[in-house]
Design a protein around this ligand. Structure first.
Ligand SMILES: [Cu+2]
Length: 100
């Protein structure tokens, strides 16, 4: 009886762990530096540190689609920025970007 109870307890723990830490998160906030803006394409290049929640364990420079291209008007190359990213089936998209 004692053994059965322990097995149940560890099963519950496993389920709780799965709920608390999904394998793939779909959004994150980060900081970085704008290296390039492509107004026409609605894209921004950002050099940023690790974003573990989005499976980017290392610093990198990446081109991102921007959800609202008008938000690029308030930043320029060289700016340090705060930004939010969503990851959906079509890839990464910056949902918010602002000068730090
Ligand atoms: Cu990246």
């Amino acid at each position: 009886m004692r053994k059965a109870r322990r097995t149940l307890a560890s099963a519950c723990f496993a389920v709780a762990t799965l709920i608390a830490a999904p394998a793939v998160a779909d959004s994150a906030s980060a900081t970085g530096q704008v290296t390039k803006i492509d107004d026409g394409a609605g894209k921004v290049t950002i050099k940023h540190g690790p974003i573990k929640a989005l499976d980017m364990p290392d610093p990198m420079t990446m081109v991102y689609r921007v959800k609202d291209p008008a938000s690029l008007k308030s930043v320029k190359a060289g700016d340090n920025v705060k930004f939010d990213i969503d990851h959906d089936s079509s890839g990464y998209v910056v949902t918010r970007i602002e000068k730090k």
